[in-house]
Design a protein around this ligand. Structure first.
Ligand code: HEC
Ligand code: HEC
Length: 358
């Protein structure tokens, strides 16, 4: 008798599972029905992170994120169909480029070192000199930049429109198969928003889940000290103030324009966007021109090499007055602390890249 009950329950269970599977199938199919609309994508804010900035008009959806991911990895956007966004923003480099300068579709070099792409949800100005004021405005630029993808938007639109898959994918994401530049960048931005790195030992220590080693804690104290003063510009959970500073890389004779190229103001001469310090082990070389190959070189610079140029940030005062001068143990401790900001799970996350069969 018991056996029969068991067999019967198994049968009922299988029936239920079969119905569920069928239901999923039905709702999947109906996604292409324009009445249904795309599925909202829930972007989780990691514990300890602030609320993110999101323009309401570009609401994240499953279909939009998937489309953006496909576009980000597709060389179709470049003149010679040989360069995708991911050619200069590699996941293994935390979506930056291990080369000092990147190479575009014409074989030319970019003006600056590539930037890592993650935690963009908490930024509102983009590029080293801040020339894009929104994620969408940023994403328009690589396509037409002559040394990057060297295309025109009308040409990109024609290519995508005549592609066997893209019109259907745009329809699923945006309810229209008429592809234009705005929809392309909206999809790419939706994907970029999902590139969140928040799982380093630094994060777990902030959440009180683990304790840092003694050496790392010494490094943290140096980081937050008035002398080294890293925290003023690279503080908080985001490790950037999202602002622009001249950190004294160059002397007066060699000051690059930086933010002044955008604002035209003398006071912005030599200012660059404060980069995140997360995932530095993956993002070498460092600075806007990739001049430092190692973190040791970066720390030597902050310790002994800061130039007292005419626009250097007041926060660098100790550094350029010869004040920081860390000894080798202090430098090692500071680097050990910076290494706690390494999130390997982010560069290994296979869901962030298109599946092989795509
Ligand atoms: C040929 C290499 C190359 C290609 C292709 C490329 N990028 Fe970039 N990307 C760079 C470089 C170099 C920078 C920094 C340039 C600067 O500041 O002027 C950058 C900066 C960025 C930034 C700014 C990040 C920040 O923190 O401000 C974002 C976002 C970005 N790229 C996204 C993209 C997207 C999306 C695409 C594809 C449409 C793309 N990139 C294609 C090289 C490239
Ligand atoms: C006045 C603000 C300021 C202070 C203080 C400061 N930084 Fe920076 N940091 C910047 C800016 C701006 C850049 C980018 C400069 C450039 O490329 O021209 C930068 C770049 C870096 C980079 C390179 C990151 C990359 O991806 O290229 C590292 C590493 C770094 N800083 C670590 C530190 C450490 C450690 C300290 C303390 C010893 C410190 N910073 C103090 C503003 C600051």
């Amino acid at each position: 008798m018991r056996r029969w009950v068991a067999i019967l329950s198994l049968f009922v269970l299988l029936l239920v599972l079969w119905r569920c599977a069928k239901d999923v199938g039905i709702s999947d199919a109906s996604l292409t029905d324009s009445n249904q609309g795309p599925t909202p994508y829930h972007l989780e804010i990691p514990p300890g992170f602030p609320d993110y900035f999101l323009e309401n008009e570009n609401r994240l959806t499953e279909e939009g994120v998937a489309l953006g991911k496909k576009l980000f990895f597709d060389p179709i956007l470049s003149r010679n169909q040989d360069i995708s966004c991911s050619s200069c923003h590699l996941q293994s480099s935390s979506f930056s480029d291990p080369r000092v300068k990147s190479i575009g579709t014409t074989g030319e070099e970019t003006a600056f070192h590539s930037m890592p792409i993650f935690n963009l949800a908490w930024m509102n100005e983009f590029f080293w000199n801040g020339r894009a004021k929104s994620r969408e405005a940023q994403a328009l630029q690589p396509v037409t930049n002559p040394v990057e993808m060297n295309m025109t938007w009308p040409e990109v639109e024609i290519r995508l429109q005549s592609h066997p898959e893209y019109p259907t994918l745009f329809d699923a994401a945006f309810g229209t198969d008429e592809i234009d530049s705005l929809l392309v960048v909206q999809a790419m931005v939706q994907y970029e928003m999902t590139l969140i790195s928040s799982n380093s030992r630094f994060d777990r220590a902030l959440r009180g889940e683990i304790a840092l080693t003694e050496q790392e804690q010494i490094g943290q104290i140096i980081f937050n000290s008035e002398q080294a003063d890293c925290f003023h510009c690279h503080g908080g959970v985001l490790t950037t103030d999202n602002s622009f500073h001249n950190n004294g890389l160059d002397d007066d004779a060699n000051l690059p324009l930086g933010l002044m190229e955008v604002t035209g103001k003398e006071e912005d001469l030599g200012k660059f966007k404060t980069p995140t310090l997360r995932n530095l082990v993956f993002t070498a070389p460092y600075m806007h021109d990739g001049r430092f190959q190692t973190l040791e070189e970066v720390i030597d610079f902050y310790s002994e090499g800061v130039h007292d140029n005419r626009n250097v940030d007041v926060l660098m005062e100790f550094a350029y007055k010869g004040g920081v001068e860390m000894n080798s143990e202090e430098k090692e401790a500071l680097i050990a602390f910076l290494h706690t900001m390494t999130d390997s799970s982010f560069i290994e996350d296979k869901t962030l890249v298109p599946a092989l069969e795509d």
